[in-house]
Design a protein around this ligand. Structure first.
Ligand SMILES: [Zn+2]
Length: 264
């Protein structure tokens, strides 16, 4: 059990924040939490991993689907990414683990995920209709054509009805994300989805919320989404923590490495 006010560390280290040491569920602070006085809470590494996957799948689906809706990108690659992530999110939400191949190694391809959704009413739910799922499947097949450098001959094989079918997936309870992230960039969208996913886990006390430190710049992806306890033990660099955008974990070894680099 980690302690209250700790940043989740996948190495298992408990990073105490602001002197909060009560023995309750650990808190993972997300960038939104920090920027807006919120905080999110997770119980384990696995829960954080599942949360991050859910957020990223919804995020990738939504940002690509919106760009397609507004005709801001070539359709094929964006369609492929949006469909794959939306279908993985739907299957994972309704039957966690089924989105993976039987050996558990990789997420199944979108055609296989779509087959599960179409075949199993309890996964599809009443929010999706067969006609749109058929059109979606057609779109997934057409999107494959562009992968091999044949843009000149295969340009724009997807049309509005395929995009509409993709957009209609948003009605499924696993997604319902387009309205939330419309107009946001990637970092803003990811942060907002973390916030909405974890809002009920925030501490009630305004004092506890106010003790959340500012986020740091992730040295891997460059976003201001590295969640740490503040500066490291040397007082120079960000402390240990996890980037909620790219998943990079900053460990004590990184602290030591950066300090050694600084003083050499
Ligand atoms: Zn990062």
């Amino acid at each position: 059990m980690l302690c209250r006010g700790s940043v989740l560390s996948r190495s298992g280290a408990c990073v105490v924040l602001g002197g909060l040491t009560e023995d309750v569920r650990p808190h993972l602070r997300n960038a939104s939490a920090i920027l807006h006085g919120y905080i999110c809470s997770v119980a384990s590494t696995d829960e954080f991993t599942a949360l991050r996957r859910r957020v990223m799948r919804r995020c990738v689906y939504a940002l690509n689907a919106l760009a397609l809706r507004d005709d801001r990108v070539p359709r094929d690659g964006a369609f492929d990414a949006a469909a794959a992530n939306a279908l993985a999110a739907i299957v994972a939400y309704m039957a966690s683990g089924r989105e993976y191949k039987s050996n558990g190694s990789w997420v199944q391809p979108p055609t296989a995920l779509l087959a599960i959704v179409r075949r199993e009413p309890e996964i599809k739910t009443d929010t999706l209709n067969n006609s749109e799922l058929h059109t979606l499947g057609e779109g997934i097949e057409k999107a494959k054509l562009i992968r091999h450098g044949r843009a000149d001959e295969e340009w724009d094989v997807l049309n509005k009805r395929h995009v509409d079918a993709l957009i209609s997936l948003d009605q499924h309870p696993a997604l319902q994300v387009l309205e939330i992230v419309d107009g946001l960039d990637f970092t803003q969208a990811a942060v907002e989805l973390y916030r909405t996913e974890t809002e009920e886990l925030m501490p009630f006390s305004p004092k506890e919320r106010s003790m959340v430190p500012e986020p740091s710049e992730c040295d891997y992806c460059g976003r201001m989404t590295l969640i740490t306890e503040g500066s490291d033990v040397f007082g120079f660099d960000p402390g240990e923590g996890t980037c909620i955008a790219c998943g990079r974990e900053r460990t004590y070894d990184d602290t030591v490495h950066d300090y050694a680099w600084r003083v050499r």
